[in-house]
Design a protein around this ligand. Structure first.
Ligand code: BGC
Length: 858
């Protein structure tokens, strides 16, 4: 494929003519030049910057040799096993931990079991009293570090880490937070927060990892791994559909099944792959049912994703005893308003005993697996847990996320001989730190930018904390004005607007001095009506306690700005969804969250997703695709060069376009690497896409599939600056149903469509189909994920471990597996031979609810 290098050597968004996305965006070449080399206004923010960027591209400062793939770039995925696409492996140590939990459970009374699954009062945000040999469980917020207690590090907010696009940094930060939690006696951290920034004004966007499911999934998973490396449980929250705070208690997020699987489940799914031990279900309703009693969502988590840990409710997000327990809730927090009645519900037969045992086993297994029960924390809330290494990390994290959006005429980095006017409260008297709510942290101090700028500058630095008129005077008296603005954000409400709060101040200052630099401490996107009037814009997000020590080295060029936007900055608030003010929160855009919607509608953003300038320049060249049929993956190889005079990091991004008719947005992020390069240094970068990365969710068959057709892989420095592009022909899993070599082609009968690998032909199983079978097999309860029915058995016992469904529950209804009718009598489900094979299955009663999903082999 490939098709030559049309547009490839340039670097402008216009390269991607397919989406019509071109136009003014990105312009990294234009604006990323050091010093005064930039030909025009930065960032494509203003009309006409496309031309400027074109100039830069033509001048050869940016990418030059846009290599393409060759006509032989094709990948055959017919041999990919369905479980590679659909099934997460069990985390290391699960079997042993589970055995220990089972052994302990066998010694426990019903009273003890009932004590472990609900909260009580105590010194932490969540507390479970000691049960037998198990010490009291301690749960503490939150996603940005230890809440409420002093003696902790004030790390930057998660959105700042997201802007770094740095997996290793995120894992180190997770580990540092985990260590501080443990040092404070905490066993269970109530984070990461992984709801997506669907609504730019969303009050909790600063707690998460931006708008893109892949970026959020990659970073959330590293955060989980870091936290849990410290023998602390990570809690992925809020599951699921909690993308706005307006009407958060019960607002009904209406999200279709495919969108859930491809977008909103993605960070949770990746976290499960990283060994996640706990999930918090959310306040909102999802498709009509409260999230904490939604059997579909909870089965998707536990059996679909193979989550082996436990689900706790958000604080007072439980609304029932029987319904919640049977749907899959495992722990009520912060008290036992409903789960205190669980004992009675079990005696009445409304909740199976097996369900309570499962709750307890999930909790104990997770605690054993992470080593917490063998080595409980010894610290307490008074311990000091903020060593200097964490302070350094907090500074590095804040620096890594700072995102340069505009740099006209190379005003930045600042010449230290210039007279500087620092303006705005966030510049000194009220330096920004973080957001509110459960992601709040109490920092020991917050470093003032003004203080640090004074220390670094070789000339006079003034500070003005007053009216627009005073600010204008100060700006006029200086060579350069640096205006600081900050916007608050907190759980419980969405931002009332996308205002930066400093519109009139910035305009007044810019009118007085064209060398105006705006530094924004914001929780997410803001509008910039003054953009054309100012020379430079830096987004420093919520930088944590080291604030001034992070921004000052960037301002003076001691560090290179390398952050990239983890969310779109729209031109108009109405370009992206607003928080719904009604109880119904319809996710009508489906898969087209954030930049995907603007790409699809060909609407130019103010600054696109993935965008961020630099003091140096980078070129992208020589894209080659290497398909690996045996592994079912493709490697995209390309060359990245630092073509400028400064050292700096670039976040190279890979976007995938699906074949026509797939229903996917024009481009979706599927890979990125943050790479630090010295001046003139080149690096060959390899980004691997596995079959999952190419897949989409097939709701009809409740399975991932890879569609056959032509995929396009584009690489560059933002979602609208993709100089390299290549095409990949894929023979997908949809081509394999019923055509697997040697299997007799009955795959279609399983109804698994694209995932029907290996199905068919072999499903004799020594059973007479709809009759009874001699040796029923239990589903593999140890992981609660899949059952392996191997030799001769074509039936398995109920109740299934998943939702403890007994056949009596389905009396009078037609039970199906993957759409085929099965018999459920007594305590046994019998699988007809026609649906045998190695297959994904869901058991449903012909309506949207289903009893179990999983895997079996006959
Ligand atoms: C928040 C959670 C938090 C919990 C405990 C809830 O209001 O939504 O994120 O972990 O409170 O503070």
């Amino acid at each position: 494929m490939g098709g030559g290098a049309s547009g490839a050597p340039t670097q402008q968004g216009g390269v991607d003519s397919e989406s019509g996305a071109g136009s003014a965006e990105a312009g990294s070449g234009a604006a990323s030049n050091e010093g005064g080399a930039s030909p025009g206004s930065a960032g494509g923010a203003s009309p006409g910057s496309a031309a400027e960027a074109g100039t830069a591209g033509a001048s050869g400062e940016s990418s030059s040799a846009g290599g393409r793939g060759t006509d032989s770039d094709s990948l055959d995925l017919r041999g990919i096993a369905a479980d590679t696409l659909n099934h997460n492996p069990a985390p290391p140590g699960l079997g042993d931990a589970r055995s220990r939990a089972v052994a302990l459970l066998a010694t426990w009374s019903q009273t003890q079991k009932l004590a472990l699954i609900r909260g009580s009062s105590g010194n932490y945000v969540g507390n479970v009293p000691a049960v037998g040999s198990i010490p009291a469980l301690t749960l503490q917020d939150g996603p940005a570090g230890v809440r409420y207690f002093s003696g902790v590090t004030g790390f930057p907010a998660p959105i700042t880490l997201a802007a770094s696009w740095d997996r290793a940094l995120v894992e180190s930060w997770g580990a540092a937070m985990g260590a501080e939690m443990r040092g404070k006696g905490v066993m269970i951290q109530l984070g990461p927060m992984m709801n997506l920034a669907r609504v730019p004004a969303g009050g909790r966007n600063f707690e998460g990892f931006g708008e893109d499911p892949y970026l959020a999934a990659e970073l959330a998973a590293r955060d989980v791994a870091g936290i849990q490396s410290q023998k602390v449980v990570a809690t992925a929250k809020h599951y699921v559909g909690n993308e706005q705070e307006t009407n958060r208690f019960g607002g009904n997020s209406q999200i279709d099944d495919r969108t859930l699987h491809e977008v909103y489940y993605a960070p949770f799914d990746a976290s499960v792959r990283a060994g996640l031990a706990s999930v918090m279900c959310s306040y909102n309703r999802l498709n009509g049912l409260y999230a904490c009693e939604n059997p579909t969502a909870l089965a998707d988590l536990k059996t679909g994703m193979g989550f082996s840990g436990w689900v706790m409710s958000d604080w007072s997000a439980t609304h029932s005893t029987v319904t919640s327990a049977n749907a899959g809730l495992d722990m009520e927090m912060p008290s036992g308003s409903y789960f205190s009645a669980l004992g009675t519900a079990i005696s009445n037969g409304d909740v199976p005993q097996a369900r309570l045992d499962d709750m307890v086993l999930r909790i104990l297994t997770a605690l054993y697996r992470l080593g917490i029960l063998d080595d409980p924390p010894t610290g307490n809330s008074a311990s000091n847990v903020n060593p200097s290494a964490h302070v350094d990390l907090a500074r590095q994290a804040a620096t890594s996320g700072i995102t340069l959006l505009k740099n006209q005429n190379g005003l930045l980095p600042l010449d230290s001989s210039k007279k500087i006017a620092v303006i705005g409260r966030a510049g000194h008297s009220a330096p920004a730190f973080g957001g509110g709510g459960s992601a709040a942290v109490t920092p020991p101090y917050v470093v003032s930018p003004f203080t640090e700028i004074q220390l670094r500058s070789g000339n006079t630095v003034t500070y003005t904390n007053g009216l627009d008129s005073d600010a204008a005077l100060a700006a006029r008296a200086a060579d350069v004005a640096v205006v600081f603005g900050s916007v608050d954000s907190t759980e419980g409400s969405d931002r009332p607007s996308l205002s930066s709060g400093v519109d009139s101040l910035v305009s007044a200052v810019a009118a007085a001095n064209p060398n105006t630099i705006v530094v924004l401490n914001v929780p997410g996107a803001v509008l910039m009506p003054w953009l054309d009037q100012v020379a430079a814009v830096l987004v420093a997000w919520y930088p944590g306690q080291e604030n001034g020590k992070a921004i000052t080295p960037i301002l003076f060029g001691d560090e290179n700005p390398s952050g990239k936007l983890p969310l779109t900055f729209p031109k108009n608030a109405s370009d992206l969804p607003q928080p719904a003010s009604t109880q119904n929160v319809a996710y009508t855009e489906g898969l087209a969250i954030g930049y995907r919607a603007l790409d699809a509608a060909n609407v130019a953003p103010l600054f696109p997703f993935g965008f961020g300038l630099s003091y140096t320049t980078f070129s992208y060249a020589e894209l080659k695709l290497h398909p690996h049929n045996s592994q079912g993956s493709v490697t995209a190889e390309f060359k990245l060069t630092n073509t400028g005079a400064r050292a700096g990091a670039e976040v190279a991004q890979l976007y995938l376009s699906y074949p026509a008719g797939s229903g996917e947005p024009p481009r979706v992020l599927r890979g990125f690497e943050r790479i630090a390069l010295a001046p003139s240094e080149s690096r060959t970068v390899n980004i691997e896409l596995d079959a999952r990365a190419l897949s989409s969710w097939d709701s009809a068959h409740r399975s991932r599939q890879v569609l056959s057709g032509t995929y396009r892989i584009a690489v560059g420095g933002s979602s609208r600056d993709l100089p390299l592009e290549a095409a990949l022909e894929v023979i997908g899993t949809d081509a394999s149903a019923g055509t697997n070599p040697g299997t007799g082609g009955t795959g279609g009968t399983s109804g698994t469509g694209g995932t029907g690998t290996g199905s068919g032909g072999s499903a004799t199983g020594g059973t007479s189909g709809n009759g009874t079978c001699d040796s029923p097999v239990d589903l593999d309860a140890s992981v609660n994920t899949y059952g392996l029915l191997t030799t001769g058995a074509a039936c398995f016992r109920t109740p299934l471990s998943f939702n403890a469904v007994a056949c009596t529950q389905w009396a009078g209804r037609t039970l199906k597996i993957n759409g085929a009718v099965v018999l459920c009598t007594g305590s046994q489900i019998t699988v007809p031979p026609a649906i045998g094979g190695y297959s994904y299955f869901d058991i449903s009663a012909g309506d949207s609810s289903y009893a179990a999903i999983g895997w079996f082999t006959l």
